[in-house]
Design a protein around this ligand. Structure first.
Ligand SMILES: NC(=O)c1ccc[n+]([C@@H]2O[C@H](COP(=O)([O-])OP(=O)(O)OC[C@H]3O[C@@H](n4cnc5c(N)ncnc54)[C@H](O)[C@@H]3O)[C@@H](O)[C@H]2O)c1
Length: 254
């Protein structure tokens, strides 16, 4: 993993949604390239298990229980990262949730929860990290958007709106903070095999042909294929890439 690269030596990253899937693979990739990683997740024991595995492999890593929709918890995660790992250079927002439902049957609570985690949670983590990034004149944000921001995904109104919001937020940050040394990019993933796919429960009476149009025709890929692109965007190899989205979807949206 990492093909012998060491792009994160002396770099400290905070990854949300680190207990599973793309977040976990990103922690592993950054650590494999020499980085120190704070692994934050709603599931604190999953976050700690990832951190423990990284420490067992010789990396510096910290597990943090954190609900990204809770502003105080997010501020606390950033503070712990800085105190216990010694700084913060990279923020990866991978925490996310999804459910399928007919939009006319979506409850306000379910809509609000998806927006709170996927969009507000991304904003809260960026807000907590930005003062530090600005102060040191350097910082990188990589946000997880989705093909849902680019191509309609039926039965996923809240998720699609949240991921469109994440993309717009990312572009906004790139312009507002670019001159202060901060880069912000996002990844529009699709067809990455992770536990989030357990949420792909078709609502009653749904037309399955609408699901087929968002299936990756070259097959599902592992989260490490997404983590490799996140690592590129988070590294100095992408020093002049700012306010960009990168599709990691096997041409689903091409
Ligand atoms: N897998 C895909 O094909 C795909 C496609 C497009 C976008 N994404 C996005 O990638 C990101 C990672 O998804 P994944 O596929 O790895 O899914 P996953 O379910 O494997 O991982 C998501 C992680 O987020 C955590 N999480 C959920 N709510 C949280 C909260 N409130 N606070 C902190 N952590 C929380 C979960 O505990 C879990 O560990 C998500 O934002 C998702 O929307 C995934």
């Amino acid at each position: 993993m990492g093909a012998g690269l060491a792009r994160f030596q002396d770099r400290i990253a905070l990854v949300t949604g680190a207990g599973s899937g793309i977040g976990r693979a990103t922690c592993e990739r950054i650590a494999a390239e020499g980085g120190s990683v704070a692994c934050a997740d709603l599931d604190g024991s999953a976050a700690e298990a990832v951190a423990q595995a990284l420490r067992a492999g010789g990396s510096r890593a910290l597990g943090v229980a954190c609900d990204v929709s809770d502003a105080d918890a997010v501020e606390g995660a950033v503070a712990r990262t800085r105190e216990e790992l010694g700084g913060l250079d990279v923020l990866v927002n991978s925490a996310g949730i999804l459910h399928f439902t007919h939009t006319h049957e979506e409850t306000l609570d379910a809509w609000n929860r998806v927006l709170a985690v996927n969009l507000t949670g991304t904003f809260l983590a960026c807000r907590a990290a930005l003062p530090h990034f600005v102060e040191q004149g350097r910082g990188v944000i990589v946000n997880m958007s989705s093909t849902a921001a680019l191509k309609a995904h039926a039965w996923a109104a809240a998720y699609s709106a949240s991921k469109g919001g994440v993309q717009a937020l990312t572009f906004e940050l790139a312009v507002e903070y670019g001159k202060q040394g901060v880069r912000a990019n996002c990844v529009c993933a699709g067809g990455i095999q992770t536990p989030i796919h357990e949420s792909f429960q078709l609502p009653e009476g749904a037309d399955p042909s609408l699901l087929r149009r968002i299936m990756p025709f070259t097959g599902f890929r592992g989260p490490e294929d997404c983590a490799a692109v996140i690592a590129f965007l988070a590294s100095d190899d992408a020093a002049h890439v700012n306010g960009e989205f990168v599709r990691v979807d096997g041409a689903m949206c091409a």
